[in-house]
Design a binder for this molecule. Structure first.
Ligand code: PXL
Length: 276
């Protein structure tokens, strides 16, 4: 069985970060180790939340893993809350990344705007961390902030390819942009492998709704599928279909939560896809 380690916060309620990564990666039949970077009562889009910083634990946990010779098949990072955490994660990748796929989801922005608490300087530091990745999975807003270019929602295919090349120029071996659409009613993923020069686009139906944590569902499903031996384009496509179904399940339930997607009821589909 493959083992990954995911480094991100745990928001107790809100269906994002670790409360999403753990069930999805476990459902993939992959051991999910965690380094929780902070404990929050909910994610930061709620009007009120507590925040307990666990930065001081990261080094101690990493040292202990090293002493015990514990290794990982993948390192997957999500929401990281401070410059110090970025630098500790960089160090973690240096120590444990040799035999691991490094997947970085640079969670910090969407729809042209940075999330609460993030700055342009932080985006630049996140871009530096992305140099260590085998795969980065930003949305277009995060990519624009990391590259220091204006957010342009009126893009064409050439523009997207250019952004992908620039993401790989940061140092990442490959990059995938989420939420890319060239036609009404469709949305998907655009991938570029900076080593082979291969581009890949996959889309499915567009659901006119947006829920917090959808990016975390997407990235976790990609990591799970990669660890199950699917190629990166296959894993990215499975994650598109699984995320779409999660959104449909959310909307089907008239009493759905105002936060988070109903990925739980889409998990049987994900498991079936991985077992095909
Ligand atoms: O879903 C991304 C995410 C993760 N963790 C925390 C967040 C967010 C998005 O806002 O606030 C704490």
């Amino acid at each position: 069985m493959k083992r990954i380690i995911t480094i991100q916060d745990i928001s107790c309620v809100g269906k994002c970060s670790l409360t999403v990564a753990l069930p999805i990666i476990s459902a993939a039949g992959v051991e999910a180790g965690v380094i929780p970077t902070a404990v929050l009562s909910t994610h930061t889009a709620f009007p009120k939340f507590t925040f307990c910083d666990l930065t001081d634990e990261i080094q101690k946990i990493s040292d202990t893993f090293e002493d015990l010779d514990i290794g990982f098949d993948a390192i997957y990072t999500g929401y990281l809350g401070s410059f110090e955490q970025l630098s500790l994660v960089e160090d973690f990748i240096d120590r444990f990344g040799d035999k691991a796929e490094v997947i970085i989801d640079p969670v910090m922005a969407d729809n042209g705007k940075l999330y609460k608490g993030f700055t342009l300087e932080f985006a630049a530091a996140m871009a530096k961390l992305c140099a260590k990745a085998d795969l980065v999975i930003p949305n277009l807003t995060e990519a624009a902030f990391m590259l220091g270019v204006p957010y342009n929602p009126d893009y064409d295919e050439e523009y997207i390819k250019d952004i992908l090349r620039r993401l790989c120029d940061l140092g990442s071996k490959s990059a995938a942009l989420t939420g890319i659409s060239f036609k009404e009613g469709e949305i998907g993923i655009y991938y570029y492998n900076g080593e082979s020069g291969e581009y890949f686009y996959y889309c499915n139906e567009y659901v006119p709704a947006s829920f917090h944590g959808t990016g975390d569902v997407y990235a976790s499903a990609t990591v799970g599928a990669m660890m199950r031996g699917f190629t990166v384009p296959e894993a990215l496509s499975i994650a598109v279909d699984f995320t779409l179904l999660s959104m449909k399940k959310t909307l089907e339930d008239p009493n759905h939560r105002f936060y988070g997607v109903n990925f739980e009821e889409a998990l049987p589909y994900y498991i079936e896809r991985l077992n095909k």
